[in-house]
Design a protein around this ligand. Structure first.
Ligand code: CA
Ligand code: CA
Length: 382
């Protein structure tokens, strides 16, 4: 069963923080984002998930209650409005090429969710009719190169950088970093909070993205993803938009390409092969993330909708849905966790059968991890 062990996120609810003065200078962004040494927040390891179907990544929650002083330092960060079109000029004309190509989806009616859920407690069902207006979606996950451009332009500092740590899958850590670990997630010991892990250092301080600039950016919180999309004059997809995009025009299929995981014996997504969590054969070519667009696109021309990195959506998490028709649904009004979709390179049927279009999971908005990224959507092509 999915149960929330505590609600420590209220201080991070964007609706509860005030709008800050507009500031578009990189130096000033850096200044207001700064966290003084020794003021990093700790993390708390929580999970109540069943291990039989769970990779444990929903339990990756920061404990924001440890130090109220730090909440004050962070509060500006939750207001993505500071990156809105009216508050920020967004990318300059010459920088537009750095953003992903948008694919226009016509919307219309589609069947969201499934009546044959792989993980019923995640709220994958019931299947319901949803109608969406046309929208654009980026053809691949936001890459390290794109995110670097964003941070270079704005001086933006991610939440993981300001907290001073992020969750990393232990199987990817060097022995040196492993020797420094003090805690792991109780029900998912393959996850550890690693000091110095952030999007530039996905496996901790001794790692780099130098040779992975075209891989999905990782260790970005929901707020970080929001900030990038606002800067790019785009937005995060709703869960319904993401799911329609995932289905690639197919109806009631498990995967973006159909019902068979490996058509003609070919890998269609970067997932986990072998025994999770101890042995990844990387039969698909990748034990970690892959360059975006390394696997076939779906019928809409979208890449890595399942696998590679999990992707944040705009919606709050809730597992209860009705069968009534919905128009442009945006999820619950409030919540503690945000929905993520698509699974990651860590997903294996034995532990995380979530690399399906109807599958879903959640994290608190300030969570970040070595398998979680995002892509943006837009209402109109700029
Ligand atoms: Ca793989
Ligand atoms: Ca993905």
């Amino acid at each position: 069963m999915v149960t929330h062990t505590q609600n420590s996120r209220s201080a991070f609810n964007p609706s509860k923080v005030h709008t800050h003065t507009v500031n578009t200078h990189p130096e000033q962004w850096a200044a207001i984002n700064a966290v003084a040494p020794g003021e990093q927040l700790g993390v708390r390891c929580l999970s109540s998930e069943s291990q039989s179907t769970d990779c444990g990544c929903q339990g990756l929650k920061r404990d924001v209650t440890v130090d109220v002083r730090d909440e004050n330092k962070l509060e500006h960060h939750d207001d993505a409005n500071i990156y809105s079109k009216t508050a920020n000029e967004g990318p300059h004309e010459t920088e537009r090429d750095i953003r992903s190509k948008l694919v226009l989806l016509q919307g219309g009616w589609f069947m969201m969710g499934t009546d044959d859920p792989g993980i019923p407690q995640d709220g994958e069902g019931p299947q319901r009719r949803v109608r969406l207006d046309p929208f654009y979606i980026e053809e691949h996950e936001v890459t390290n190169q794109q995110f670097q451009h964003f941070t270079n332009q704005t001086g933006y500092i991610t939440e993981a950088e300001r907290f001073g740590d992020s969750f990393v899958f232990e199987g990817l850590l060097s022995e040196e970093v492993k020797s420094t670990l003090s805690s792991a997630v109780a029900a998912a010991p393959w996850w550890s909070p690693v000091k110095g892990a952030d999007w530039r250092h996905p496996e901790g301080p001794d790692s780099t993205i130098e040779h992975r600039m075209n891989h999905p950016v990782l260790h970005v919180s929901w707020s970080d993803a929001q900030a990038y999309c606002h800067w790019a004059e785009r937005r995060l997809p709703t869960e319904a938009e993401w799911e329609l995009a995932c289905r690639g025009g197919l109806q009631d299929r498990l995967y973006p390409w159909g019902n068979k995981l490996m058509p003609r014996g070919q890998h269609y997504a970067n997932l986990w092969q072998g025994d999770f969590p101890n042995h990844n054969t990387a039969e698909d070519g990748y034990a970690n993330t892959s360059p975006v667009m390394s696997f076939p696109a779906n019928g809409f021309g979208l890449y890595d909708m399942v696998g590679n990195a999990w992707e944040w959506t705009a919606d709050w998490w809730n597992v209860h849905h009705t069968t009534e028709d919905k128009y442009n649904p945006k999820g619950p009004e409030t919540g503690t966790d945000r929905v993520k979709k698509g699974g990651s390179y860590m997903c294996h049927k034995s532990y995380c059968y979530r690399y399906r279009c109807a599958a879903r999971s959640q994290n608190t908005p300030d969570s970040s991890a070595s398998n979680l990224g995002f892509r943006c959507t837009a209402d109109a092509e700029p």
